[in-house]
Design a protein around this ligand. Structure first.
Ligand SMILES: Nc1ncnc2c1ncn2[C@@H]1O[C@H](COP(=O)(O)OP(=O)(O)OP(=O)(O)O)[C@@H](O)[C@H]1O
Ligand SMILES: [Mg+2]
Length: 231
């Protein structure tokens, strides 16, 4: 469903991606792992259209995206939950969710019940300001906002970062539901290995702008693979 081929990306003279290829399929969880600063976020931001690749290709459902703006990629069904959540602290929970309406036609601008089934706390806090939520609740809000646009591909950049274990469990359950019941393609960036080990169908490991390993999630049990991930 998503295909990235030989992606390279520069920030000025610095090269962040050096020929990355990756695929993510419907009804599968594809996990990207790697130490700090190896280019995981750069890759995700290139897929959603926040960065323009220097060379290489991104295709979604067989259609080249390289020339489409972030807005058009969202309209084609790609949703992004950014690292650090980036919710609007002064807007209410409801208004934060409604920002997910942007790529939708007027008739589709309804918050799906699924969002509140997966994260009941959001329904209880609809009138609360985003900034008054706990970190874990904000992460649930960021995922809820992405689901509002009923994506076919959901990209999450380190959703467990700084989140307490009980909420990590809820997030894991939600991601699994989206794969199994909704058949969504999930592309998940993580540094929390056990979370990936439990959820992923396939893992990619990045190091300094390249993919150094691709395989099933059980590869995370191998000492060689573990070594690629420790400092
Ligand atoms: N906007 C930017 N301008 C210049 N350099 C950047 C920018 N964003 C990232 N970089 C650099 O590109 C490299 C890859 O960064 P990136 O954020 O993609 O890594 P990451 O794997 O997501 O790291 P982390 O695990 O810490 O989130 C790093 O050396 C980083 O300093
Ligand atoms: Mg990152």
């Amino acid at each position: 469903m998503l295909e990235v081929v030989d992606a390279t990306l520069h920030y000025g003279a610095a090269q962040a991606l050096r020929g990355v290829s990756l695929t993510a399929g419907a009804g599968r969880i594809t996990c990207v792992l790697g130490r700090n600063g190896v280019g995981k976020t750069s890759l995700m931001r290139s897929i959603v259209g926040h960065h323009r690749l220097t060379s290489g290709r991104v295709a979604f459902e067989g259609k080249a995206l390289d020339r489409s703006a972030a807005y058009d990629r969202a309209r084609s069904g790609i949703a992004f939950v950014p690292q650090g959540r980036e919710i609007f602290p002064l807007l209410s929970v409801r208004e934060n969710l409604e920002t997910g309406f942007a790529p939708l036609k007027r008739a589709d601008r309804i918050i799906p019940g699924e969002v509140f089934e997966l994260f009941p706390v959001l329904e209880q806090m609809l009138a609360r300001r985003g900034g008054d939520l706990s970190g874990g609740q904000q992460q649930q809000l960021a995922i809820g906002r992405a689901l509002v646009m009923r994506p076919k591909l959901l990209i999450l950049d380190e959703p467990t970062e700084g989140i307490q274990p009980s909420i990590i469990k809820d997030i894991g359950r939600a991601i699994r539901y989206l794969r199994d019941k909704a058949g969504i393609a999930v592309l998940l960036v993580e540094q929390y290995l056990d979370f990936c080990r439990e959820l992923a169908d396939e893992i990619y490991i990045m190091d300094r702008g390249v993919v150094v390993h691709r395989g099933p999630a059980r590869d995370l049990d191998s000492p060689e693979v573990r070594k690629m991930l420790t400092v």
